[in-house]
Design a protein around this ligand. Structure first.
Ligand code: ARG
Length: 392
């Protein structure tokens, strides 16, 4: 008996993989695994129902809390951002891959399969984890060089009942941190996205009214919303709903993939925008200028590693160690105003603030302004020298 485990989302690519693994790769037994990283309950149910018809055995693995605490909390501390992308899909992939590997062990399979194409980043992220194991790896979409239209045709011929049509051929990936939409007409970067691709956010131009909300952080982690303690999972769900109504967290992006291809991707991420904006606001209050400048460089390197799926790279752990050190003082709160698609910080406070109202105030004499005169004499010294003696 040959047996394979398939990382299964329930969408087009991975559903098409099941009959292909049977017919083309000649596996007798196919085990599907869907990892719950906060996709809608209805998607999980549909994946279960489809797997029930197509595969021999199915697992749904609840990894929501692990996703929040071990993956999203470090991302928040690192202000996770790659070219404007909040990294929701990228950071989930290593966790999904690890859970699929656990099932592979339990089920004594000989191979692992995934539905990623050969053009994207996800093949690299999954295989960065899978290739550390003893299992054979199959990527049917890539190996058979299938186009999305060929997949749709194949799904129709095999009566696979997937929710993709030639009219709406989008590839959508959804988890707690973001919803990404690509493909179809969106592949033309000059095409303005139709409003019906959005699900988490109301059109910012349509939205009336405004809302103030405050977030408390302890050591870089969000712990309370409007003064009430919440778990990370509750907070993210709540903010996706509340801030999404204000049209907060839409990104239409030209993105540089790891392979070098440029792609157009659209994202919705209301909670991520609110949390990251509040977190950065608090950091501005408590970290020194030198820490902030250096951390920005660390964050860029960290985001690059996460985008590539290299969570197990020792540099990632080293950068996390630096980031965690800075977060020891990131405690306090920030208040944001949500209005027509924006989330703007309007107030912040912290017991660890380096800000001194007395020192900076226009109405205080404890710093003698006259002491700054010597400093100002030297400031710009080299520029003046250049303009006076060197420039013709
Ligand atoms: N471009 C994003 C990334 O590389 C999302 C990839 C998956 N998106 C999708 N719609 N299937 O992380």
């Amino acid at each position: 008996m040959s047996k394979v485990v398939l990382s299964y989302s329930g969408g087009l690519d991975t559903s098409v993989c099941i009959p292909i693994l049977r017919e083309h790769y000649q596996y007798d037994e196919i085990v599907t695994v869907t990892v719950d990283v906060g996709q809608p309950e209805s998607d999980l149910k549909k994946a279960e129902a489809r797997a029930g018809k197509l595969s021999d055995k199915h697992y749904t693995v609840d990894a929501k809390n692990e996703f929040v605490e071990k993956y999203l909390f470090p991302l928040i501390k690192a202000n996770g951002n790659y070219e404007g992308y909040t990294l929701g899909q990228a950071i989930a992939r290593p966790l999904i891959a690890k859970k699929v590997l656990e099932i592979a062990e339990r089920e004594h399979v000989s191979a692992i399969a995934h539905g990623c194409t050969g053009k994207g980043n996800d093949q690299l992220r999954f295989e960065a984890v899978f290739r550390a194991s003893k299992y054979k790896i199959h990527a049917p979409m890539r190996e058979l060089n299938l186009t999305r239209s060929e997949e749709i045709e194949y799904a129709l011929e095999h009566d696979l009942d997937v929710p993709i049509t030639f009219e709406k051929p989008y590839s959508v990936d959804e988890n707690l941190w973001s919803r990404s939409i690509e493909g179809g007409r969106l592949e033309d970067p000059s095409c303005i996205p139709p409003e019906d691709i959005y699900k988490w956010t109301t059109a910012p131009t349509k939205m009336q009214g405004k809302l103030l909300l405050s977030l408390d952080f302890a050591k870089g982690i969000p712990v309370a919303l409007d003064g009430a303690q919440v778990s990370g999972l509750q907070l993210i769900r709540k903010l996706n709903e509340v801030a999404g109504k204000f049209g907060v967290g839409r990104t239409d992006l030209i993105e540089d993939r790891v392979l070098g291809l440029k792609a157009r991707e659209i994202y919705e991420h209301p909670a991520a925008t609110v949390i990251l904006t509040a977190h950065q606001e608090l950091e501005a209050l408590v970290l020194t200028r030198l820490e902030r400048r250096f951390k920005a460089q660390v964050e860029a390197a960290w985001a690059e590693l996460i985008y590539q799926g290299l969570l197990d790279e020792p540099l990632t752990a080293a950068l996390d160690a630096f980031i965690n050190k800075t977060q020891e003082r990131v405690t306090g709160s920030a208040t944001l105003l949500l209005h027509k698609g924006t989330a703007t910080a309007v107030a912040r406070s912290s017991p660890k603030a380096l800000y001194s109202e007395a020192l900076v105030s226009f109405n205080d004499k404890s710093l003698d302004q006259r002491d700054a005169e010597g400093f100002s004499k030297y400031h710009g010294f080299q520029s003046r020298a250049y303009n006076k003696f060197v420039k013709d």
